[in-house]
Design a protein around this ligand. Structure first.
Ligand code: SF4
Length: 610
């Protein structure tokens, strides 16, 4: 099965702590790069090509999901979009729900394509439609990014469409192969309504109780081949990261792009909206080998993948990757598990991950291996070049924590990041509760006469479970675990629940003795500047707003600090990547395992060393 359903109570690793193929590849490229990106969670430059790749894949999958037997080529692109989604972000298995394809009456014979060529014409029209909206959404998403770089006008619709058409060509080859070579028993099963446990997304849901609505009789038709050859892919409407395959011991996960399996053999395809030139092509080979291992392990080591392919859509080339043998997969599993223990099973810090990158590999168009480009160094193109000791920066040095700042009579003592207290466990009573439709309730709590508002920033915790019990009422005693407390400028308290927080009415095996008032409102911290960012826009009141921020780090973690532009002093503009900056009087916040900070009018920034 391409998706794992796990028992979250047995999952001692959690979704934020698993290893992935991209992490392994980053680690092998440069240990220090892995530390910056996966431990410090520094965000790479958000360039349009990252967003284009997702848009192209979306247009492909949305087209593959559709059926020429149900939709005219000019039908709305949302026709199959309203599928039932469960709380965990996965398509819902609840019975008696209506799926969009069930509501559609198949088109009359004279309106459906009758040949592969006619299906191609239909699919190309669908792709144009889907690509247009996917690129528009991608552009909006890119424009929202604080770390956006590049120029969206470099994105060319025709080039992106050409990439989609290349994927269509490869898919139609598979449809034709199915048409020409399908086994009678496979066809009969499909016509009788048989579905895989995770069917290829087609708008029909998990079960078809009788004959397939698009089944014909006699020899297979080309339209049936379109339905049967459809690969599994992530349902475009599902929640982000909800459709992963996960190692039975939880330490590794991956998300396949396309899985063809109509003839009983398994082919995993990775879609790349690129030409396959350069170092990263080496990563894609390793990624597919890891996916072959993941498939084998998640199928009880009884089912192996037959084919691994990278579709370089920019070059119009399919690259086949050699399957690892069972011995190679067993060794890979053992090595990756060891790596997980080394990287994730314990707290780590910068000195354990040297700035010692591997040589750049050479690949020409279509991912063909070539000689390594001797002149090119990995650090030259690295996003962290400006402050990393492998690039133009200096090695990280732990600040001493005591500073005499200009204009201040007393010394400022900064708090090391690992001593910043941001999470609390407390008990309180419900002061008021207001239920809302399709949303978490509005709750105010009271503890020793102090009141606070509960802010559900998410409604589900990291395990995909609702983060509050049903049936809560006024005066109930509740327990708040791992919550963040903040106060606004009027001193009003807010208790925030992010994916790590939980509200319950049954005490767990932890100490709930924290008090609403024992959080510290303001902190002084110092760290090395990784990068600055800014965002602006027009508010609902028509006024322009402008926010700025920066990310600083110490040897173990980073903090993203943001605030209104006017609240940052002139030293913000003077601070350069690699400088050590001291932030005084900031408020702390968090999101999952990332610390966040907020500056206000009384905060201040000082560059303490360059
Ligand atoms: S600058 Fe060089 S050493 Fe530093 S993270 Fe990048 S590749 Fe690694």
């Amino acid at each position: 099965m391409p998706v794992s359903e796990i028992n979250s109570e047995l999952d001692g690793v959690g979704p934020y702590n698993r290893l992935s193929a991209s992490q392994v590849n980053t680690y092998n490229s440069c240990n220090r790069m892995w530390f910056y990106e996966k431990v410090l969670k520094l965000k790479i430059k958000q360039i349009p090509v990252l967003y284009v790749g997702r848009a192209v894949e979306e247009a492909i999958c949305r087209t593959f999901k559709e059926s020429p037997s149900l939709l005219l080529s000019n039908a709305s692109q949302d026709t199959l979009s309203k599928i039932p989604i469960g709380m965990d972000g996965k398509p819902s298995r609840e019975l008696n729900l209506t799926w969009p394809a069930n509501r559609i009456i198949p088109l009359p014979e004279n309106q459906i394509p009758g040949t592969l060529e006619e299906i191609e014409i239909w699919a190309k029209e669908r792709m144009k439609l889907h690509l247009k909206s996917a690129l528009l959404a991608a552009q909006k998403d890119w424009e929202r990014q604080e770390r956006k770089f590049g120029d969206w006008s470099d994105v060319k619709f025709d080039y992106c469409l050409e990439m989609c058409f290349n994927a269509l060509k490869y898919h139609l080859d598979e449809v034709n192969r199915c048409f020409l070579s399908i086994d009678e028993s496979v066809l009969s099963k499909w016509r009788a309504g048989h579905r895989e446990h995770w069917p290829a997304p087609d708008g029909f849901g998990f079960t078809i109780n009788s004959k397939h609505p698009l089944a014909k009789e006699g020899k297979i038709s080309i339209l049936e081949a379109w339905e049967i050859a459809r690969p599994w892919f992530v349902e475009p409407e599902s929640g982000q990261f909800s459709m992963n395959a996960i190692h039975p011991n939880y330490w590794f996960q991956g998300e396949y792009d396309l899985v063809y399996r109509w003839d009983g053999s398994i082919k995993i395809v990775d879609i790349k909206a690129s030409k396959g030139i350069g170092d990263r092509s080496g990563d894609y080979v390793e990624q597919l080998r890891m996916y072959a291992m993941l498939w084998w392990i998640t199928h009880g080591k009884k089912e192996t993948v037959s084919d691994l392919e990278i579709w370089y859509l920019g070059a119009g080339v399919i690259k086949s990757v050699k399957n690892p043998t069972e011995i190679e997969m067993a060794n890979m599993e053992a090595e990756l598990e060891q790596l997980w223990h080394r990287l994730k099973g314990q707290k780590t810090s910068i000195e354990k991950h040297p700035a010692n990158p591997s040589p750049v590999r050479g690949f020409s168009e279509g991912g063909v291996p070539t000689a390594s480009p001797k002149e090119e160094k990995r650090c030259d193109r690295c996003d962290w070049n400006s402050f990393c000791s492998g690039g133009q920066g200096l090695e990280y040095v732990e600040p001493n924590g005591f500073y005499q700042l200009p204009g201040k009579t007393t010394e400022t003592n900064t708090v090391p990041f690992d001593q910043l207290t941001v999470r609390f466990n407390l008990s309180a009573n419900i002061d008021s509760i207001n239920y809302r439709e399709n949303d978490s309730p509005e709750i105010k709590i009271i503890q020793d006469g102090n009141r606070a508002t509960v802010d559900f920033r998410v409604t589900m915790n990291q395990d995909g479970e609702q983060n509050y019990p049903n049936g809560l009422k006024k005066n109930d005693l509740i327990y708040l675990e791992n919550v963040i407390i903040t106060s606004n400028y009027r001193g009003e308290l807010t208790v925030k629940l992010d994916p790590l927080g939980k509200l319950t009415n049954v005490a767990g095996d932890i100490d709930y003795s924290d008090n609403l008032l024992n959080f510290r409102a303001r902190w002084d911290i110092v760290g090395k500047l990784a990068y600055k960012f800014q965002r602006s826009g027009i508010g609902k009141n028509g006024r322009e707003w402008h926010r700025k921020g920066l990310v600083i780090f110490d040897s173990k973690q980073s903090i993203k600090v943001s605030g209104w532009s006017n609240d940052w002093g002139h030293q913000y503009d003077m601070a350069n990547e690699g400088d050590y900056v001291l932030l005084s009087n900031i408020e702390l916040d968090a999101w999952a395992d990332q610390l966040r900070g907020q500056i206000g009018r009384n905060s201040r920034l000082d560059v303490v060393s360059s």
